[in-house]
Design a protein around this ligand. Sequence first.
Ligand code: UDP
Ligand code: MG
Length: 322
Amino acid sequence: MTVRKPDPELCLVIPCFNEAEVLPDLLASIRALDLGLRLRVLFVDDGSHDQTFALLAKACAKDKRLACLSFSRNFGHQVAVSAGLQYAYGDLVAVLDADLQDPPELLPDFIAKWHDGFDVVYGIRTNRKESWFLRIAYKIFYQLLNRITHIDIPRDSGDFALMDRRVVSVINQMPEHNRFVRGLRGWAGFRQVGIKYARPARQAGKTSYNMRRLTRLALDGLLSFSSIPLRFSGWIGAAAALLGFCYLAYALIINLSGQSLPEGWTSTVVLVLFLGGVQLMVLGVIGEYISRIFDEVKGRPHYVVREGTGWLKDVETTTPSP
Ligand code: UDP
Ligand code: MG
């Protein structure tokens, strides 16, 4: 049995992008939290254009437990979470959305599981409030993800999780730029468990995940954890070549048996279109991988820090070297 430290410290990591509308509710629910352990909160202001940073700086001035790391511009949710994990203090780190869709009231259950010996406790969404189209898309995505990757990325889990320091250290060591945090968390291993919860609707403000961002996140998940799409494109190429070969054999047989070949135009066009399409698709898949390799070799920092407030004031918040 794992023996846990008697007086652990917990750090909440909360990425915020244009969340001024929901911040008063969020801050109130953090103030109301009584978890029976030492608590710190780290907000990551992901280049918000609204009053988010001003409100957070004000809150940090009032409450010593709060801090805010502010980026020079918007770097994206997954980068904000990763930066939060890098600066988080404590034996335990929990990642929550700012819009109260990951209810802080569930944290006592998460902490109880940690005391039971689990190193990662993540939330599993039981009721999705999204449109039927998105629900089907999520279902297909998670099934595909589980089929083609070797690690266990639980279905319907998001970034809402409580992690032991050991797991956070592993994630912090991963240098990749296109980050899919729930995948990295699964990759880390240790003892992991999910807790089901009904994900409420966003408290206020509006989602910044549009179709384009969701697709990008899905691609990051699929391509960072599997090279099967690359191999799959090879198979499609081989299948197309085989089809072409069959057609050639058919044409030869017809020719040798003395029959005149059917009008050639249609079949030529069909073949050209089919092969052209397959080639473009395969090139597209290869391109996706190359663009990710390109991101890595450029070796730029993952984010740029503008400033840190609250307890981060005493910490050197520099842009990390790649
Ligand atoms: N977020 C962020 N940077 C972004 C987009 C979103 O830090 O570029 C934060 C946002 O403030 C929220 C969390 O990520 O705390 C989840 O975003 P959102 O609620 O828009 O996504 P959804 O819950 O609709 O998937
Ligand atoms: Mg949300």
